[in-house]
Design a protein around this ligand. Structure first.
Ligand SMILES: NC(=O)c1ccc[n+]([C@@H]2O[C@H](COP(=O)([O-])OP(=O)(O)OC[C@H]3O[C@@H](n4cnc5c(N)ncnc54)[C@H](O)[C@@H]3O)[C@@H](O)[C@H]2O)c1
Length: 430
């Protein structure tokens, strides 16, 4: 087995978070700072806690197998449309208790957002004032590139990564402007604000500065031929889309189970209530459409109805998200699944997940950054399909199908890490 040469994680890693004042961002940052102080455990983080079996049957922690960045070497920063520092923003988000925030209060207070690249038309429910003035999208990119360079120099960082954990933008389909790098750059210079979203400006700036870019929302953003081309050209890894945190995580566990046991499914109804700012933005139909597309593709892909028409030829699938302020970040999700078994007899399964949105998403966000930084040092560029494990709507080019099954995705993670150390999978029990 040919071993991939992975560079050591030397020096500091700057993580710039788009939407650094959001619920997911502040929860991820607080937990990371608390973990490195030893006052909380990084529960849910694969990079920090998971183990893996080696070829000889021995089991080792992933972070001892591959050279991941040390949490002590991370410096956080970012952008937001509100000027509040990360402590104030975390208090507003009301995900974590004040006593947990106070453990790392000074560090959180030191994280002050840079003015955001924002366009109200892409998120109509948001009204922030801490925003950049730019005559064109191209100028927006230039300003973001300068921000990345300035942050890197000021904090003496060796490497940078940019994570989008900002609000979901409105739905747009792929269009001509996204089909090649030249077309995208032209649209940016001509200030085509309908085809070029603010998130595309962040992604372009990150790639141009040699920083891996991760898309945590379902935005089209980096999932275009233009960005695939650019990331390959610049040797930068890109990944996304949309953190797979709650209801979809359940779906990608249950659906493979039905299929493995050859049980049929006639309907799957999923509904949610949530009351955080994310819920408020998704209350706008144009923004919800982006999320809906991301959530709907999962089942068809796993069931392969063309291969199993008797079992999955006619599945009625519906997904709803309802904004309900009293719940704040504590989302409640219901799934009703109509299945059928031997001789077609029907059965029902009800799942009621009372979760905490940001508590589930925070370790995913951290892992995506740590693994993207690893991929960068391993010389892996373009779409990182192995990071599909963390995503609701895994990025893929026109020639490949996405993989949604959580267990297949986990295998892809392990295989990629094995390739980095030149090992094969153990022969029987993986
Ligand atoms: N929490 C989860 O389980 C989960 C799962 C999958 C995806 N997501 C996605 O992650 C994102 C963040 O979720 P959240 O609950 O933290 O939302 P949030 O509303 O609390 O945070 C988003 C932040 O982004 C900021 N923002 C919006 N547009 C911006 C821009 N152009 N530039 C800079 N900042 C901008 C907002 O001011 C806000 O502070 C959302 O898109 C959400 O759909 C969350």
């Amino acid at each position: 087995m040919e071993k991939i040469e992975v560079k050591e994680a030397k020096g500091k890693l700057g993580i710039l978070v788009v939407g650094v004042g959001g619920a997911v961002s502040t929860t991820m940052i607080t937990g990371t700072l608390a973990a490195r102080k030893g006052v909380a455990k990084p529960i849910g983080s694969i990079a920090q806690m998971a183990t893996m079996r080696l070829e000889n049957g021995e089991e080792k922690a992933i972070k001892d197998i591959v050279p991941l960045a040390d949490l002590n070497d991370i410096v956080f920063g970012g952008w937001d449309i509100f000027p509040d520092n990360a402590y104030e923003a975390a208090m507003y988000a009301e995900v974590l208790k004040e006593k947990d925030l106070n453990n790392v209060k000074e560090e959180l207070q030191a994280i002050k957002p840079m003015p955001a690249a924002f366009d109200h038309n892409w998120a109509k429910r948001l009204n922030g004032t801490h925003i950049k003035k730019a005559a064109t999208r191209w100028e927006m990119v230039e300003q973001l590139r300068q921000d990345i360079r300035d942050f890197k120099a000021a904090n003496n960082c060796e490497r940078m990564a940019v994570l989008w954990a900002a609000s979901t933008e409105i739905y747009i389909p792929l269009s001509e402007e996204h089909m090649s790098l030249a077309a995208l750059e032209k649209a940016m210079k001509e200030n085509n604000t309908e085809a070029v979203s603010p998130s595309m400006c962040y992604a372009y700036a990150a790639i141009a500065e040699g920083a891996p870019f991760i898309m945590g929302a379902p935005n089209l953003c980096v999932d275009t031929p233009a960005m695939w081309e650019f990331s390959k050209q610049m040797n930068v890894p890109i990944s996304g889309k949309d953190f797979k945190s709650g209801q979809t995580l359940m779906k990608t566990v249950l659906a493979p189970m039905f299929k493995t046991r050859m049980l049929g499914v006639s309907g799957w109804f999923s509904t949610n209530i949530l009351g955080n700012r994310d819920g408020e933005v998704l209350d706008d139909p144009a923004n919800f459409k982006t999320k809906e597309v991301s959530k709907l593709s999962v089942i068809d892909n796993i069931f392969e109805p063309e291969k199993y028409p008797d079992l999955y030829g006619d599945v009625y699938h519906k997904v709803r998200i309802n904004y309900y302020p009293p719940r704040k970040d504590n989302k409640e999700a219901w799934d009703n699944i109509d299945i059928f078994g031997w001789m077609g007899y029907p059965m029902e399964i009800k799942v009621n997940f009372l979760c905490r949105d940001s508590i589930l998403a925070a370790p995913i966000a951290l892992d995506l950054v740590l693994f993207s930084d690893l991929a960068m040092r391993a010389g892996m560029s373009g779409i990182q399909t192995w990071l599909s494990f963390f995503c609701k709507s895994p990025m893929h080019d026109f020639e490949h199908q996405p993989v949604h099954d959580l267990f297949q995705q986990w295998r892809m993670v392990k295989q990629t890490l094995r390739d980095m150390i030149g090992e094969k999978a153990p022969s029987y029990l993986d």
